[in-house]
Design a protein around this ligand. Structure first.
Ligand code: WT7
Length: 647
């Protein structure tokens, strides 16, 4: 039996939704979808209200996913203009800079609206229009949200690249979506260290396939020296500040694209996940409200970076669509010391705090002293996202950060899902540490075995979704077939998540992690294939195989097996060089945690690498290798086992 933390009566008394209301909404969404989604659509302001709601078929012969398909709206109007009458002077963004000594900036909804309009006008003047792709490569500064909303205002499709990605990764994405304009900054600032953003863009634009880019807008942030290549490069303030503070928004169809965000899969290069305007925005707003028991005077803080989907849905679109006040943080949890998160919570009286298990584990390691010197009394709800949270970290978070007062919502979702799908609702769901618990209304999870048979009752299997929800991705940009092949072919008629999962006797879902070749490093997805391709680009590498392994802080670490070309020496120096090489090729988040020389790799007689065996060696479980008799050369395993990473 696992522990249960029942909904506290004091919390339930003030909650927006109790258990009966949740169960009622869940049943309604199933039994009477048109009434349920029709009602839900009223959360948004539409130029033309939709008259059709869900129009979906997962049947491969007649495949379509459309939501609110005849509706017309603009996402930036929903996040800004419609709040101006009542909430114009309410603070939208509290910008907390990297250093606690740098002054905080507060932007009201009216100010944010004006800044978005100015940039939107500037983009139009630079020839950006509806359907054009705009790359955003910015630090966590207000301009990141402003840039996304300015694109949405004029119907341009934004494509945000996380500031930790290297020039190659920028170039791959820019060229895949043939972006016309890039918005970047001179430098980023994280934990007192500078990140050469503009220099990375310069390097990316020297790479093949990037000549669609006509303009680079550069935000002056640190004031660091950068190379400006005229007429391509323009200072952001010079182009934007003089623009009018109003801007006619583009009328968008609900199914018009809002953004592309690249994410790693089990094969090939990252996929451009495409989200659309109506369904996505509605799902981001609804889930942000229901999952955090949102109140009008809440101060919300999501610590993610806007470079990931969590930042899109829960820094930009969800909170702003809900007219919420939120903190945007430029820095890191360890700077200037390990109290920073808790100090920021006190400083801005944060009531809802949403972070990742990897951060919780890192802070837990520092002990209670940095926590206990802060008050945290303003907190009401705590959230977790990105990877399974181990019960130990869950309890530490619940007991020490929320003083056993604040429910912890462990929210399961994916870049592809646009917003949360399986999560507790704080006033409705009893909590079990380590379980994302129950599906939100409109979400139908199920478990299947390897053959696709539906499992009933308490069971463990692969997690699928039987039907669509508004925030579902609509396509892989430029490759609709890849979308269908990746998500709908494994188990026909169902969306396959790529996650393994257990359902307990109470119907609670426990995500066990990816079952495909995707590694979840600190809540960030890395495809093993991407790291392998980076390694084999090195002239001394003949072959590489990459797997994940359990890592105390990161959840999973990256374990690389490398075979050198004949005659090359397996030196410590080369090992370091290869680790640095991957970092430079993809970005710091893809840095291998361990690199083992592999004179040979375990392969079947048909030449397929047996990753199952490599995973077990990386897990330091050489007694669980299973059957190795089908290997072309079983002796390679022995030497790999001998030289494995051991703790
Ligand atoms: C993968 C999606 C969700 C936005 C950030 C990551 C894992 C995510 C949880 C959770 C267990 C989780 C899954 C999922 N994951 N949240 N609460 N419990 N696992 O988005 O980069 O698209 O990664 O992250 O494995 O498939 P992403």
């Amino acid at each position: 039996m696992s522990d249960i933390y029942p909904v506290e009566p004091a919390f339930a008394a003030q909650a927006n939704i109790d258990r009966a209301a949740y169960e009622d909404a869940y049943a309604q969404a199933l039994d009477n979808p048109d009434a349920f989604w029709g009602d839900m659509a009223k959360r948004l302001d539409w130029y033309k209200a939709p008259t059709v709601f869900k129009d979906v078929s997962y049947d491969l012969r007649d495949f379509r996913i459309r939501w609110f398909a005849d509706g017309e709206l603009n996402a930036s109007v929903n996040c800004l203009d419609r709040h101006l009458d009542k909430h114009g002077d309410k603070v939208a963004l509290i910008f907390e800079p990297d250093s606690p000594d740098t002054p905080v900036q507060k932007l009201t909804y009216r100010e944010l609206h004006a800044r978005v309009c100015k940039l939107a006008n500037a983009l139009r003047n630079l020839g950006v229009g509806k359907g054009d792709r705009v790359t955003i490569y910015l630090p966590m500064i207000p301009e990141a949200a402003i840039a996304m909303l300015a694109c949405a205002r004029i119907g341009a499709i934004h494509m945000v690249v996380f500031g930790g990605f290297a020039p190659n990764s920028i170039a791959d994405r820019v060229s895949d979506c043939t972006s016309k304009l890039i918005i970047t900054a001179d430098e980023g600032l994280r934990g007192g260290k500078k990140v050469p953003l503009k220099a990375n863009v310069d390097a990316a634009l020297k790479l093949p396939g990037t000549n669609s880019v006509e303009t680079v807008l550069v935000v002056r942030h640190t004031g660091g020296a950068v190379d400006m290549q005229m007429p391509r490069d323009r200072w952001f303030d010079a182009v934007v500040d003089s623009q009018p503070a109003t801007c006619e928004p583009e009328r968008m169809n609900a199914e018009d694209p809002l953004f592309i965000l690249y994410t790693s899969g089990s094969t090939g290069k990252p996929k451009g996940v495409l989200h659309t305007t109506g369904g996505y925005l509605l799902w981001a707003a609804y889930t942000h409200d229901i999952t955090f028991d949102l109140k009008p005077d809440d101060v919300f803080w999501c610590t993610a970076d806007v470079g990931w989907v969590t930042g899109h849905s829960y820094i930009v679109y969800g909170p702003l669509a809900n007219a919420c006040t939120e903190v945007m943080f430029e820095g890191v949890p360890s700077y200037p010391d390990f109290s920073r998160f808790w100090e920021v919570i006190d400083k801005h009286q944060v009531s809802i705090f949403y972070t990742a298990p990897t951060a919780i584990r890192a802070l837990m390691r520092e002990g209670l002293e940095p926590v206990k010197k802060t008050s945290r009394k303003s907190l009401r709800v705590l959230g977790s996202v990105g990877e399974p949270i181990n019960p130990e970290a869950w309890r530490w978070y619940f007991e020490n950060i929320g003083d056993s007062r604040c429910p912890v919502v462990d929210t399961w979702w994916q870049t592809e899902t646009g917003g949360m799908l399986i999560t507790p609702i704080p006033g409705a769901t009893d909590l079990k540490p380590g379980s994302a618990s129950k599906p939100l209304p409109g979400v139908q999870p199920a478990l299947v075995d390897a053959e696709g048979n539906l499992l009933t009752g308490a069971a463990e299997g692969n997690l699928v979704l039987l039907d669509s929800w508004p925030g579902q991705m609509r396509s892989v940009y430029g490759d609709h077939q890849r979308f269908i092949d990746t998500y709908f072919k494994t188990y026909p008629g169902m969306y396959f998540t790529g996650d393994g999962c257990r359902r307990d006797e109470d119907g609670y879902y426990w995500i066990t992690g990816r079952v495909d070749d995707v590694i979840n490093v600190s809540g960030h997805r890395i495809g093993t294939a991407e790291v392998e391709s980076a390694l084999v680009l090195h002239p001394k590498v003949a072959e590489a195989a990459v797997v994940g392994f359990p890592h105390d802080l990161k959840g999973q670490g990256i374990y690389a097996y490398v075979t050198l070309v004949a005659g090359e020496q397996e030196t410590e120096e080369l090992r370091k060089e290869l680790v640095a090489w991957v970092r430079k090729e993809i970005g710091p988040i893809a840095t291998p945690d361990f690199l083992q020389w592999a004179p040979g790799l375990p392969k079947t007689r048909s030449g397929k690498i047996m990753r199952r065996i490599l995973r077990k060696i990386a897990e330091n479980a050489p007694d669980q290798l299973g059957d190795t008799t089908t290997l072309a050369d079983p002796s390679v395993v022995e030497s790999l086992v001998q030289n494995r990473r051991q703790e």
